[in-house]
Design a protein around this ligand. Structure first.
Ligand code: C5J
Length: 234
């Protein structure tokens, strides 16, 4: 166990007990023409964290620790997309509509894929999730139980929506949670700042926050297991 510099206190990172969850680093959120852009957002903010996220993933892979990827997407017939989710607001394109990267947020479409720089390796777990939280309507909890991990590091987008929701779900399930603060981003920089403050406030009420460099250094030399993980569709 190697405590790493973190907020609000050093995080007791245990290289034999930790897994990484990378949330929704999909073309639909990071590239022009996708879901994020259809809501009027500047996607370049999210693209900026790709190099740091790649370093974090590389650190987990080098340490032989599990890397889990999630994708927010829906079935082609939209049977898992509540009308309230699809109809809310006035986006340029709604979930299921056809855009330049195929149908918005639909499993199997180009836009729903993870950006090529962060593509899952063969055998890494990929969780397709219809909600903002990765535990909702997926088998993530079962996979984590099988992996026998107690600590989860979170990265991905967006900080205040799917990352925060999933981190809160994990916290309620008893995991020690850590957010990689330079490997997560929001379309709204103030929301990212506020989310990390909320997470770490009150003695880390949801979890701690640390930079990628500290997390990767803390994993250094870990002789962890690299249990093969089957790609899973939720
Ligand atoms: C959003 C997400 N922001 N992955 N999804 O709708 O955070």
């Amino acid at each position: 166990m190697s405590p790493i510099p973190a907020r609000p206190f050093a995080f007791p990172l245990d290289p034999s007990q930790v897994a990484l969850i990378v949330i929704d680093m999909q073309r639909d959120f990071l590239e022009p023409g996708g879901f994020g852009a259809s809501l009027g957002n500047d996607v370049s903010l999210l693209q900026a964290i790709v190099p740091a996220t790649a370093r974090l993933i590389a650190g987990f892979r080098a340490a032989g620790r599990p890397v889990i990827h999630t994708r927010e997407c829906h079935r082609a017939d939209l049977s898992d997309c509540p009308p309230a989710k699809r109809s809310r607001g006035a986006p340029g394109l709604r979930i299921g509509d056809t855009g330049p990267m195929g149908r918005i947020l639909i499993a199997g479409e180009p836009g729903a894929e993870i950006v090529s720089e962060l593509a899952p390796l063969e055998g890494e777990l990929v969780i397709d999730k219809p909600g903002k939280g990765a535990f909702y309507a997926t088998d993530l909890a079962d996979h984590l139980a099988r992996l026998d991990v107690t600590q989860l590091v979170f990265a991905g987008v967006t900080t205040e929506v799917c990352v925060q929701t999933t981190m809160r779900e994990a916290n309620d399930r008893g995991y020690e949670c850590l957010i990689a603060e330079d490997a997560t981003e929001s379309y709204f920089p103030d929301f990212k700042r506020a989310t990390i403050e909320m997470i770490t406030a009150q003695g880390a009420i949801v979890g701690c926050a640390a930079p990628v460099g500290a997390i990767v250094a803390g994993l250094g030399g870990a002789a962890g297991t690299n249990a093969p993980l089957l790609a899973a569709e939720a």
